[in-house]
Design a protein around this ligand. Sequence first.
Ligand SMILES: [Zn+2]
Length: 572
Amino acid sequence: MKWFVALWVFCAAAIHSFSLDREAFTFTRYDLDVRVEPAQQRLAVRGSITLRNDSSSAQKNAVLQISSSLSWRSIQSEGKLFQFLSQPYTSDVDHTGELSEAIVRLPHEVPSGGSVELSIGYEGVILLDATRFTRIGMPKEAAVHSDWDQIGPAFSAVRGVGYVAWYPIAIEAGNLSQGRSLFEAIGRWKKHAQNAEMKIKLRVETNPGGTRPKMLCGEDEPWPSELTTEPQEFSIDCHYSQLGLRAPSFVIANYAVLDRPVVQIAYRAEHRSNAEKFAQAADTVAPFVTDWFGSIRSKAQVAELFDSGASPFESGTVLLAPLSDTDPKLLQMALVHELTHAAFPSPRPWIYEGLAHFAQAAYREHQESRSAALDFMGLHRTAVVDAEKAFNTDPKDSAAKDDSLISTMTDEFYRSKAAYVWWMLRDLLGEGPLKKVLAAYKATEDRDSAYFQRLVQAETKRDLQWFFDDWVYHDRGLPDFRIESAFARQASQGNYLVTVTVENLGAASAEVPVTVRFDGGATSERVEVRGNAKGVVRIAAAKPPTEIAVNDGSVPESDLTNNIYMVQALSK
Ligand SMILES: [Zn+2]
């Protein structure tokens, strides 16, 4: 009989995995009561979630996934407890490399567009675990600097989707050893969850006589004063309104807090002087951020990670980082990003994150020079080129083929590519006009995709339809410039006129600088070159030209090896 049961469970699992559409439901609302016991490294969650069927067919089953170190306790709806099948599901969406997946047979079929509310309970431990990296060969010491999430007696920090599934999700497996499958899976999840809402009551139990911990679980209410509900329990409420852009995370430790006008820094008491340096960096960059993006509306928050080698993490206006780096220039670069978020809210990832990365490049220019800024942008270029290549050579679903900036949830696009788009917009419009456009922007009015383009048109009288078409509304890939020909003639004594024809082998149009170099100097002009077309520019030079270069690095390009043209002899 035992065998029979085991076989039945196995068959059920096999049938389920064939017919299951794990991404049929969109999680639209979470209301979770999260109890953390740091001493036991435990977490227990009770609450409700709402799922909307966004697939085209009615659904009889729903899938709920949590980290493999957590276990399902109950799933119910309309007061009825459900039978559910719980199975391990291998996926690198969680730091353990595996999920606890509950397959729930719903009481009624949920029609396409219909919703269902489920009451849920689950609990377990969250320990330091970097299995998903170590099993693909990364040394453990390095892996735990990336996957540093854990609940612990002295310090707890747990990030959401893409790190630890500490709230239920449902995503087809993503695997670090299979190209971009993990990033694509997370990107799909973010797109689904774009407008989802989450309410959390985070409770912490401390040992009798234990000190009050500082808790952080969102950005709405920075370091609120803890409410004492029972002698040894403290709680705070957090609210996230756009889950697509945020990875709900929480941090609990006995921090000291440095409270400044534009930033709050939670640090370990022995690192007071390092925290002061972060605060100074914030004070230094604040006027630059205000000048570009308006007044800083909420304080940025920095919380110290206890592992001094941990990779920093940012979500919204929150930055989690070790406080070991104290090079003022580096700290300024980090804080310019967070303060830009604090000054410039937007529901659109390419605006919200793109501007924050652009602000870092612009600040780099302010610190040093345009070429230092372009070197900084160059760090983003490979990511953009690789992502474009992946989308154009291996589009698994046709939706990925047109991953336009306006709708993308791909990190490399809404961060790195968007930073370039803002940089190009600044070059096209000029700094003053772009600042005017940004000042006119209102997040609450950004409801249709052409809103920002209309602001540009209204403020600058420039028709940039071609630019928005090729960079924002569609994914046309990247340009690839080469100089087809260059002719120089002596126009007058000591004055040469160089006619340069630039060919764009890619499909995205751009305005790109062309530089003529000559003995002792160089001059540049900009030329607009449409996709798969040519553009001609005439440039005056004081001496015979020796070399001509297209693109100074300000336009992201798929191939930079064909950008230089050596001028051989001067035609008279
Ligand atoms: Zn950011």
